[in-house]
Design a protein around this ligand. Structure first.
Ligand code: SF4
Length: 407
């Protein structure tokens, strides 16, 4: 049952929570996480949010005091709040949605391991996270104690990896692997290091965003001890909004970098949160200042109750088009669609290439910078001309005529 609190009480509840938490202690942050109905103590909830909390069909609610402190208690449009608090749209299951749109379970030969690409596997190391993001595409598993990965389950997963020589790259995700104890992380990385054909390990974690204090010096030392000639460890995190780019987050990233772990960002495109070219540009500028390189911008998955988050496909294209030329290329994410049904990821780009005109052996391109058509020549000895989309003469002439104005 949700209680009602006045704005003054909410402010006072927040102050009290923050003062009870030992701020830079990850254990204290986790112990003071706000869960379920207790959200009403820290947010002036709308009717839609109340319904969302009571009827959510997705993962549990949980937020660290640190991440809560980035949110607005009174503005339901606050982007951080939208990622913490469910609303009524989250309780509606549409026919086209699926709890497992990528069919990760069908492609799972042993518990907790998905083998979709020949040389790569995804290892689901644990079910828990510091904050349960409302848009999480693994809501079918994450936050559920039934999905606990016991040591024996992980051992079976390692046996599978060991017996498949083609696996060079292991993505550890969950849940959030950095929510495991240091000793378990040490053991997992040690197991991977001992498999000669595994060369790359990618840690998928949102802790730099939601609980940066979890990225402790001790943890970084453990990671560094396994980051060696036989295994290269990378970290991919998920900043979705400039408000998340705090000094604490930057310090966590720098600790990882010092351990030799390069940090990339995989944003999720979220309606009303970051589906705006200026917000995305600002986010990625801040990320570069934090030395985080852009990696992916995900088109959100068709998971149950996702109608509050999903954007038209064109939105992602517009955003990456807008960013081109305004930030270094390493700050522009690849817009990615993870194809439903286990089709794997594809990248989608704005249509910069207009086609090929064989008579002059010229390619025509649309420039992000000038907005005009620019041309380049195919080599004279090329044997690839038949592979290009041909520009008809009439279109070629039109392009030339229009080239004084922006397209
Ligand atoms: S941290 Fe990652 S796995 Fe955990 S709820 Fe958020 S998106 Fe899902």
């Amino acid at each position: 049952m949700l209680s009602n609190f006045s704005p003054e009480e909410i402010e006072s509840n927040r102050k009290d929570l923050f003062s009870r938490t030992i701020w830079e202690d990850p254990t204290s942050q986790l112990a003071h996480r706000v869960k379920g109905n207790d959200l009403s103590r820290y947010f002036l909830l709308t009717d839609s949010e109340k319904k969302g909390i009571e009827e959510t069909i997705r993962l549990n609610v949980s937020v660290t005091p640190y991440y809560l402190s980035l949110s607005d208690p009174f503005d339901p449009h606050c982007p951080i709040r939208r990622m913490i608090v469910p609303d009524s749209r989250e309780s509606v299951f549409s026919a086209e949605e699926s709890p497992d749109p990528l069919e990760e379970e069908r492609l799972s030969p042993v518990r907790g391991l998905t083998h979709m690409y020949p040389g790569k596997v995804l290892l689901f190391s644990n079910h828990s996270c510091s904050v349960y993001c409302r848009h999480c595409m693994r809501g079918r598993k994450v936050s559920s104690p039934n999905e606990r990965m016991a040591k024996e389950d992980l051992e079976l997963a390692f046996d599978y990896i060991r017996s498949h020589q083609e696996i060079e790259d292991v993505v550890i995700s969950g849940g959030d692997p950095l929510n495991l104890a240091d000793s378990r992380i040490d053991w997992i990385l040690g197991e991977l290091s001992s498999i000669p054909h595994v060369k790359i390990c990618r840690l998928g974690t949102r802790n730099p965003v939601t609980l940066p204090f979890r990225v402790t010096e001790e943890l970084c030392k453990i990671i560094e001890s396994h980051n060696n000639d036989s295994l290269s460890i990378f970290c991919n995190t998920q900043f979705n909004h400039p408000k998340e780019c705090t000094q604490e987050a930057k310090a966590a990233v720098l600790r990882l970098l010092k351990a030799g772990v390069s940090v990339g960002n995989q944003s999720v495109l979220l309606k009303g949160i970051n589906d705006d070219p200026e917000i995305m540009l600002s986010l990625h500028k801040k990320l570069l200042e934090m030395r985080v390189r852009a990696y992916y911008l995900y088109d959100p998955e068709l998971i149950p109750g996702s109608r509050g988050f999903r954007t038209p496909l064109n939105k992602g294209l517009e955003i990456v088009e807008y960013m081109r030329g305004k930030i270094a290329g390493m700050g522009i994410p690849s817009f990615v669609n993870d194809l439903p049904g286990g089709g794997g990821k594809i990248t989608l780009s704005p249509n910069w290439y207009l086609g090929y005109y064989p008579k002059t052996r010229q390619h025509a391109f649309r420039s992000a910078l000038t907005g005009k058509v620019h041309y380049s020549f195919e080599p004279v000895d090329s044997e690839e001309e038949s592979k290009y989309p041909i520009l008809e003469e009439s279109i070629w002439e039109k392009l030339n005529e229009n080239n004084t104005s922006r397209l």
